[in-house]
Ligand binder design. Sequence first.
Ligand code: 7TS
Length: 404
Amino acid sequence: MINIQKIRADFPILSQKVNGKSLVYFDNAATSQKPQVVIDAEANYYKEINANIHRGVHTLSQLATDAYERSRLKIQQHINAKFSHEVLFTSGTTHGINLVANGFSSFLKPGDEVMVSALEHHSNIVPWQMLCEKTGAKLVVIPMNEIGELILSEYERLLSEKTKIVTVNHISNALGTINPIKLMINKAHKVGAAVLIDGAQAVPHLKPDVQELNCDFYVFSGHKICGPTGTGILYGKEEWLNKLPPYQGGGEMIATVTFEKTTYAELPHKFEAGTPNIAGGIVLGTAIDYLNEIGFENIAAYEHELLEYGTKQLLEIEGLKIYGTSSQKTSVISFTVEGIHPYDIGTIIDKLGIAVRTGHHCAQPIMDFYQIPGTLRASFAFYNTKEEIDALVVAIKKAQQMLT
Ligand code: 7TS
């Protein structure tokens, strides 16, 4: 069970006024808010143990290194990776995807295929397009249907021994659809393709088990799970990370350097060149502890309640249409209101203290599919309430009156 009063008290920003009104924060798919324990942990790192890691004999460096590596172990446990060196710190989902896409340029040749889905965020499209341009491989797209689900019969038809990697999100950021990734991973493996799962929108709602999923790569951002911006994780199976070339060269990722030849460090350091976001990596562990204390089953059940309530209440507004109506959905509602541009509603409800995202949500192909310029997107977190949803409905009706 969620103790909503207690949880809301953990987030100082939620009691803030915006434009003179109580903040209603429904832009959680863009980034989550941070609880006090996370804010404190960030400050405490700099107050107490700030030092560079993996390189000093001195005490602070050792303390910082231990805390950073403890966080890696925590994340390994959280996603159930087999080895801690399969867990790489990145600056976010975008970084993780680019690292893998860049590495695949060593493996691909003209005629090979890279498969993405119609439901992807731009950061899981563009790096693969760049890879295809570089290697002559072909980008193949798994199509979607009207309710925002991937068409699995088409997926099976498109898979072949030419497919070298399939890259798909666990949950769509623009529509909230939960993709059947376990099944998709199995099918891809049958033709010998690797699979990368973009878990950016999944990890706020569920605890992924990378061994059970049997994915080759799983990426996510820390800032969407109550952690700091500029943090993220790339999980990769050991055999793949050993095969992939390093992404960036620099300090910390080497074993030996001479002007003739450099040899690379073991995993995970081979992919962690330079001084990382040390505080961020440590505090990401704090954020994961915080979420696990609440419990992902509790989070999912409560957010599902918000999704059902929000869907019902919003649909009572005349002319409101929801995009993404799969039965397998997280707490994201993307919608338009007939005759009014999403941006205009977004601007008016912002004046009433309500934060939603408007636009194409970095998923232009989905908007093109529906032939719309964009939507309003209300994305709920475990610290939101039904009363806030009521406030959203009132605000949209007010905007509707003003604009029609
Ligand atoms: N993949 C998905 C599915 C996402 O939702 C996002 C960010 C990214 C990748 C990129 O993550 P980043 O942390 O590297 O930027 N999604 C959103 C969003 O929906 N609104 O703002 C950011």
